[in-house]
Design a protein around this ligand. Structure first.
Ligand SMILES: Nc1ncnc2c1ncn2[C@@H]1O[C@H](COP(=O)(O)OP(=O)(O)OP(=O)(O)O)[C@@H](O)[C@H]1O
Ligand SMILES: [Mg+2]
Length: 362
C-alpha cells in the first residue's frame, strides 16, 4: 500500500491517533508517531508514562481501542504479532532458562520450521556477531548479565526481523557493563541498519543510544526530536523540566540581564547555562557576571559540580577537574548564559541580554 502523506512517506512505523485504555485509565492518549526506516529511536519517559504499552501495541501483544498502527505502509491492527516481522528484547525473562544459548537463539527459526542446516549457520553467525562463540552449550544462569542480554538480542535477530523493539533491555545490568552495552548496541544496530525502538526511562541512555527521541508523558507524546533538539529547543513545559539536570527558579528577574516576561512565568536553569569563574579568572563577562559564593563542590567522576549561591538562590554549574580549585565559601563571578522561560504552555529561551550589548567587556 503506498503512502500519500508526504510527511510520513518514508516512515517504517507509524501510529495515528492511537488510544488505549485500561479501565478508565488512558495508557495511550492520541498517540501519533512516525519512525523512518533504519532509524534507532528512543522512547523516553518516566515510569507509567505509557512506553511499554506503545511497544506492546506495535508488537501485537496489545490491541489499541482506536487509531491505526502502520508498519511498512500496511495497517497491522488486525494482523497477528507473529506476522509483523518484529524482534523483541525485554528487560527481564529475556531468555528461556531451561534452554541452552544455542536453543534460545534457534527458537524463532524452529517455530518457523526452518531446516536445521540453515538454523546452524544462522546461530553460528549470530554467536560471532555478539561475541559469544564457544558459549552455545551454556544455560542462561551460566552467563553474565551482559552476555545474557547479547544472547537475547541475537535471539530477537535470528528470524531477520525488519523491526526491533527493545524494552529497557539493560535495566537489570550494573552501571559499567550497561555503558559498554549501550555503545555495543548502537554500533550493532547502525551496522545492521535495522529500524529499532528502544525504550528507557534513563535520559542519558536515550541520548547516547538513539538518533531521535520520542518523549512520553501521561500516555501522550510530548515531543519528538534529536537529543540536541530536545536539549536546545524544548517545546513543552514538561520536556523543558524533564530533559537535563533542571532546576526551577521563580524570581528569575533577580539575575542581571534577564527580565520577567510576566507575573505567572517561571524559569528553568541547567548547569550548562552557568559558568563559575574564580575572581579575576575571566575578564570577558566581568561586568555582566553575578557575585556568588561557592556553597559546595561535588566530585562527579569526570567533572565537578559547583553549587553557588547568588542572592538567596543556589544554582549548579559544572567545572572541569583540570580547572583551578574552588573552595567552599570562596567569592566567585557567575555568568548565566541563558534561561528557559515557561509561560503557560509556551517555552521561550531567554539569552543573557549582555551577550547582545556593548556591556560585555571582551
Ligand atoms: N494490563 C494492564 N492493566 C491495567 N493497567 C495497565 C496495564 N498495562 C499498563 N497499565 C497501566 O498503564 C500505564 C502505562 O503503563 P506502561 O507499562 O506502558 O508504562 P511505562 O512507561 O512502560 O512504565 P515503566 O517505565 O515503569 O515500565 C501505567 O499506569 C500502568 O499501570
Ligand atoms: Mg515499561
Amino acid at each position: 500500500m503506498s503512502q500519500t502523506n508526504s510527511e510520513t512517506r518514508d516512515a517504517y512505523v507509524e501510529l495515528r491517533g492511537v488510544n488505549k485504555k485500561f479501565g478508565d485509565f488512558y495508557a495511550s492518549k492520541d498517540v501519533n508517531l512516525s519512525i523512518p526506516k533504519g532509524r534507532l529511536v528512543g522512547l523516553l519517559g518516566s515510569s507509567g508514562s505509557g512506553k511499554t504499552t506503545i511497544l506492546r501495541m506495535i508488537a501485537g501483544l496489545e490491541t489499541p481501542d482506536s487509531g491505526e498502527i502502520i508498519i511498512d505502509g500496511r495497517v497491522v491492527n488486525d494482523i497477528p504479532g507473529s506476522e509483523r516481522g518484529i524482534g523483541f528484547v525485554f528487560q527481564s525473562y529475556a531468555l528461556f532458562r531451561y534452554m541452552t544459548v544455542y536453543d534460545n537463539i534457534a527458537f524463532g527459526l524452529r517455530v518457523k520450521k526452518v531446516d536445521s542446516a540453515t538454523i546452524d549457520k544462522r546461530v553460528c553467525e549470530l554467536l560471532k556477531l555478539i561475541n559469544c562463540d564457544g558459549l552455545e552449550e551454556r544455560f542462561p544462569s551460566q552467563l553474565s548479565g551482559g552476555q545474557r542480554q547479547r544472547v537475547a538480542f541475537a535471539r530477537a535477530l535470528a528470524p531477520n526481523p525488519q523491526l526491533l523493539l527493545l524494552d529497557e533491555p539493560f535495566a537489570a545490568i550494573d552501571a559499567k557493563v550497561r555503558l559498554e552495552l549501550r555503545t555495543w548496541l548502537r554500533n550493532m544496530i547502525t551496522q545492521l541498519g535495522i529500524t529499532s525502538i528502544f525504550v528507557t526511562h534513563d535520559q542519558d541512555e536515550a541520548i547516547e543510544v538513539a538518533d531521535e527521541i520520542i518523549v512520553t508523558n501521561q500516555g501522550r507524546v510530548e515531543q519528538t526530536g534529536t537529543p540536541r533538539e530536545l536539549y536546545v529547543n524544548p517545546k513543552t513545559p514538561f520536556v523543558a523540566s524533564f530533559i537535563g539536570n533542571t532546576q526551577p527558579i521563580a524570581n528569575y528577574d533577580r539575575f542581571q540581564f534577564f527580565c520577567k516576561k510576566g507575573p505567572e512565568t517561571r524559569a528553568i536553569i541547567r548547569p550548562e547555562f552557568v559558568e563559575v569563574f574564580k575572581k579575576g579568572e575571566n575578564r570577558q563577562f566581568l561586568k555582566s557576571a553575578e557575585e556568588g559564593v561557592v556553597e559546595d563542590v561535588i566530585f562527579r567522576g569526570s567533572s565537578l559540580e559547583i553549587k553557588v549561591r547568588i542572592h538567596d538562590v543556589v544554582i549548579s554549574s559544572s567545572r572541569s577537574i583540570n580547572d583551578s580549585i574552588l573552595e567552599i565559601g570562596e567569592p566567585v563571578d557567575v555568568f548565566i548564559y541563558r534561561l528557559i522561560i515557561v509561560d503557560g504552555d509556551k517555552i521561550v529561551v531567554q539569552d543573557n541580554k549582555s551577550l547582545r550589548e556593548e556591556s560585555v567587556v571582551i
